[in-house]
Design a protein around this ligand. Structure first.
Ligand code: HEC
Ligand code: HEC
Length: 369
């Protein structure tokens, strides 16, 4: 009896600690209906399911306004680049290029991480230089190599657009300001949760993923991937060195760039050289190429590299295949409001959309009437 009580207490402590570490507002531990029995596996499970979107307190007027801003290339200096250019919803919230391309075709220094589920990152950017999504969003807009705009010019431009002035009034009861632009974009990003078959599995639907994926999850835990890729995002909770066991950069063979220094760029501490935020593995099957340098094309290769450089283990072909199947079970579904209604409708009814007059802007509200 005594040991059962202790077990519950330990489980509770683990739950509180892990929730606090991730620092999320919506992630409470779920009652999976064990009928009062002491859960046997749950407290030690290193991965947690995403909350349901309905559990989050999001103002849909801000979300929809943020969606418009996120997809609007007018937020860039020359009107050619939007957030979605480098964080495409059709590419798992990331981009199909090794490094980003900003205005005027400028090549950036690093691969763009996914924005999906990014609210649960403990910090933003590979080197963690932004504390949260609001702070992060200001970066690309004013970065000369990305969107190359300035808020001093952007805010008056947005104010000339009656769709925006009305939408800001409705969502915030205010005129347009820099802070509110960032808040709307961040609120939209906060709504981009992608529950996956693996979440269903964690919540008790044992048939939600394939036998291969289950074997892969077991391997993933067994070989030690969860030392770094754990929690709700399977990542996003800590900085770790790329090349814990073996020198990745030496073997990569190309010159070390400033972006390769990672966390060092923020702290200037020698110990922080080549430390990166451990990326989320949610939707990772969609976001090739991989690693901060975008140098790895396939998921198999990324898994093998992790085995070699992070764990000192040469994973065999069946381990890699199983882990890949597991990672594929982390591919989730975006909520219906994530995409612009025009884009979603165009995909469903291509001909009907072509017949419509161009330039109609009807997507500032959810389809409620
Ligand atoms: C030119 C391409 C480009 C554009 C445009 C762009 N981003 Fe990014 N984004 C990146 C790259 C590259 C990184 C990683 C930079 C780094 O870590 O140093 C990044 C990082 C991020 C992150 C951090 C994710 C994480 O896991 O750390 C978020 C969130 C994000 N961008 C959102 C946005 C939003 C919102 C916009 C529009 C306001 C935007 N981005 C515009 C390329 C771009
Ligand atoms: C010691 C910590 C650590 C361990 C253990 C670890 N990883 Fe990673 N993982 C990282 C870091 C840090 C990165 C980002 C490195 C970079 O891009 O520079 C990463 C990146 C990845 C990526 C690429 C993600 C992307 O979006 O580019 C995949 C896939 C991945 N890891 C899978 C695994 C698997 C599978 C295992 C176990 C075989 C594993 N990792 C073990 C720290 C770790």
């Amino acid at each position: 009896m005594r040991s059962v009580v202790n077990f519950q207490v330990i489980g509770f402590v683990i739950m509180v600690v892990s929730t606090a570490t991730i620092g999320c507002d919506g992630c409470k531990k779920r009652d999976v209906g064990t009928g009062g029995a002491v859960p046997t596996e749950e407290p030690s499970e290193p991965v947690e399911p995403l909350p349901e979107l309905s559990e989050l307190d999001l103002d849909m007027r801000k979300v929809v306004l943020g969606r418009r801003l996120y997809h609007d290339a007018r937020l860039s200096g020359d009107g050619t680049v939007s957030c979605a250019t480098c964080h495409s919803l059709d590419h798992g919230g990331a981009e199909p290029r090794a490094v980003s391309v900003g205005i005027g075709g400028q090549l950036g220094p690093i691969n763009s991480p996914t924005v999906l589920n990014s609210r649960y990152n403990f910090r933003q950017f590979w080197d963690g230089r932004a504390a949260d999504l609001r702070e992060q969003a200001a970066g690309p807009i004013e970065n000369p190599a990305e969107m190359g705009h300035s808020f001093v010019e952007l805010i008056p431009q947005l104010k000339e657009n009656s769709t925006y002035t009305t939408a800001f009034q409705e969502a915030y009861g205010s005129e347009i300001t820099k802070e509110l632009v960032l808040d709307a974009i961040a609120t939209y990003e906060e709504s981009l949760l992608t529950p996956s078959p693996f979440d269903a599995y964690l919540r008790g639907d044992k048939d939600a993923i394939s036998a291969e994926a289950k074997a892969g999850y077991a391997t993933f835990k067994e070989v030690g991937c969860t030392a770094c890729h754990s929690g709700m995002l399977l990542g996003g909770q800590m900085f770790q060195r790329l090349g814990v066991i073996k020198d990745y950069f030496k073997e990569r063979g190309t010159e070390i760039t400033p972006a390769d220094l990672g966390r060092y760029n923020v702290t200037q501490e020698d110990d922080d050289r080549h430390l990166f935020k451990v990326p989320t593995l949610r939707n990772v099957a969609l976001t090739s190429p991989y690693l901060h340098d975008g140098s790895v094309e396939t998921l198999e290769e990324a898994i093998r590299i992790m085995g070699t450089y992070q764990l000192g283990k040469d994973l065999d072909a069946s381990q890699v295949a199983h882990i890949k199947a597991f990672l594929e079970s982390l591919t989730g579904e975006l909520p219906p409001h994530a995409r612009e209604p025009e884009a979603a409708a165009a995909a469903a009814h291509p001909r009907e959309m072509r017949a419509r007059p161009a330039g109609r802007e009807q997507n500032s509200r959810p389809t409620k009437g």
